[in-house]
Design a protein around this ligand. Sequence first.
Ligand SMILES: [Zn+2]
Length: 269
Amino acid sequence: MLHLYNEIIVFIVGAMVGSFLNVCIHRLPLEEEVVFTPSHCPHCNQAIHWWDNIPLLSWLALRGRCRHCKQGISLQYPLVELSAALLALHLYLRFGLTWEALALVVLGFAFIVLTVIDLFHYILPDVITKPGIAIGLLFATPAYFGLPLLGKPFPAPTDAWLGALIGGGGLWSFAWLFERFTGREGMGMGDVKLLALIGAWMGWQALPFTLFAASLLGSIVGVTWILIWGRDRHLPIPFGPYLTISSWVYIFVGPQVYHWYFNLFRPLA
Ligand SMILES: [Zn+2]
């Protein structure tokens, strides 16, 4: 049992940070302060006691209702806490207690916040994407001067810079041209900044995989949606969540998928 202690601690800390991510998800789109304002019920505004604010457990104990006004508390709260806990646990099991794991935890938490905000508000807040791009480049750059900060799966400095440049610049031009020629907005500027962020953290190599997997995932969800609801009901899912999920998958299987794909075209010897 003793050897499971670390896993349990990582899971609990992950769930606790997940609780803070919920606060960010709720307050960032409203441009509210996230650190110092105590938690309060969004319906009745009553302050929430710490014992009613324990990740996962309180939601279960209160059966998803506010203690004061009995209004429902969104399933988003325990789901985000559980995702954050599982993400931290998975990275710990995969990379151990390393700087790489810690940096990926930060990226994963940012992805959770971006995904849920985009789902509900159709925005990817600059307050996360812009510093995200800068931090990714900051992590990668010292290696250029012979002082590598992070090893695999983080990219070499030139790959990270090219990633930010191609992800941001290339797709910005594409979005701009698309809008010019069709008069419709194909991709939001938020998606462009998210791709620059993905490029900065994972290298330009991640971009083709991410765009392809995101489009594939979007098509599968779209077709399923039409089969269930018919053509009339517009699919209410923005592109951001597909990008975060696809690029996250790239970290773990991307290079293997490329290897497999390019081997398909190698003539049989
Ligand atoms: Zn309430």
